[in-house]
Design a protein around this ligand. Structure first.
Ligand SMILES: [Zn+2]
Ligand SMILES: [Zn+2]
Length: 98
């Protein structure tokens, strides 16, 4: 991983879970989720196509709550990976501007 990628991942994680933020206005400790939408050749997105998710919204929340427990239901409820990625980018830009 490059320095730029490491820095980006730590900034993304530092935002806190994007779903908790959006739904409840809360800043929950987050892990990095690599998005898979719009992938052509590779299975795994780059380290810049990532969103921060808490353990509940990432792995442990069950169907409709955790993205890895059923992505379609999750996206219907909280927004698509790409929409949330766009939001993460907006938040980081806002930090850059501050
Ligand atoms: Zn969350
Ligand atoms: Zn994940």
């Amino acid at each position: 991983m490059t320095k730029a990628e490491k820095l980006h991942l730590s900034r993304v994680a530092g935002l806190g879970c994007i779903v908790c933020r959006q739904e409840y206005g809360q800043r929950s400790p987050a892990a990095i989720h690599h998005i898979r939408a719009g992938q052509g050749m590779s299975q795994r997105a780059s380290h810049f196509e990532v969103i921060p998710l808490c353990s509940l919204h990432h792995q442990n929340g069950g169907h409709g709550v955790a993205i890895h427990a059923g992505q379609r239901a999750w996206e219907a409820r909280f927004g698509t990976e790409l929409e949330l990625l766009a939001q993460v980018r907006r938040l980081l830009e806002r930090e850059d501007a501050a």
